[in-house]
Write a protein that binds this ligand. Structure first.
Ligand code: CA
Ligand code: CA
Length: 299
């Protein structure tokens, strides 16, 4: 049975107190419609969809939360990303108020970019789409974390590699996990330097599975190529990078018989320290164990 969720009900915080809008059994497949980060309200003057007249958006709307039956604190929620179907248009906005290069922006710009036949074109540069999920996370044990901020719970991690064919492993902190997702980008470069990607509405189809009784400290992504990335966030890039390396050094010893010192040597050879995003309230980095380095490795 395929469960479906429209984009009508969304949250702007991953919260232990949020009321679930859908309950699904362990192993369910859910097709989730998501709004873009501007709540589908950002329209350029020349937008063929015409001016938007609804409420003004702000923050990342994340569709959910979804209660996954059987998920308990201490478990892991595995999210198999089966497909990401993007809408017909993406939006972008830059100004001198946000982004890593804001000081260099001389004029605020809003652009709507058609997404056609798997390609987008901006400033005469045609590029293949590579859809990814910007916000996907579970509720913390208590309290709430806004959907601008990444962390142990996932959230606004803006990881280019969270695409169809991958599995994201999220540490469950609250009964039912309370999964929510949104902020899909039709394409984004590592770093998301200008503060946005090709922001678009989408339909994300994913399968949720509960792994009982164990979890990692940070979200872990199994790439479609079999690579494993630890996704960590911190106050700055140095912190994020160190947390990601520590995370890998927690992940590997539980799955191999290799001595920790040799693992540290190996990490310097077959693990890659990469930037996810540098523009959110916390910065996100990943350490990625390259595909094929340890082919027997499983989550
Ligand atoms: Ca984002
Ligand atoms: Ca975004």
């Amino acid at each position: 049975m395929l469960y479906t969720l429209s984009d009508e009900k969304f949250v702007k915080a991953l919260s232990a107190d949020a009321e679930p809008i859908l309950r699904v059994p362990d192993g369910a497949t859910v097709a989730v419609d998501t709004k873009d980060c501007y709540e589908n309200t950002l329209r350029a003057e020349n937008d063929p969809r015409g001016p938007y007249t609804g409420p003004k958006g702000g923050g990342n709307p994340a569709t959910g939360p979804i209660f996954v039956e059987g998920a308990m604190p201490g478990d892991t929620l595995a999210c198999d990303i089966l497909s990401i179907d993007v809408g017909e248009y993406a939006s972008m906005r830059i100004s001198n108020r946000g982004g890593w290069m804001r000081d260099r922006v001389t004029e605020p710009i809003v652009r709507c970019v058609p997404l056609r036949d798997g390609f987008a074109e901006l400033a005469g540069v045609k590029m293949p789409l590579d859809p990814m999920i910007g916000v996907i996370g579970v509720a913390p044990e208590a309290g709430a974390i806004d959907t601008e901020t990444p962390g142990h719970h996932g959230g606004n991690m803006d990881v280019r590699l969270i695409r169809a064919g991958t599995t994201l492993y999220l540490p469950v902190a609250h009964e039912g996990a309370l999964l929510a997702l949104g902020d899909v980008h039709a394409k984004m470069g590592d770093g998301e330097m200008c503060v946005c990607g090709l922001e678009c509405p989408a339909k994300v189809t994913l399968r949720v599975r509960v792994i009982h009784g164990r979890q990692e400290q940070w979200p872990v992504l199994r790439g479609e190529d079999g690579s494993f990335s630890i996704l960590a966030s911190g106050e700055d890039l140095d912190d994020a990078a160190r947390f990601a390396a520590d995370g890998m050094l927690g992940f590997l010893p539980r799955r191999t018989a290799i001595d920790v010192n040799e693992l540290i040597m190996l990490m310097s050879l077959v693990c890659h320290l990469e930037v996810c995003q540098v523009v959110d309230p916390l910065i996100t980095a990943r350490v990625r164990l390259e595909a094929g380095a340890m082919p027997e490795l499983e989550f």
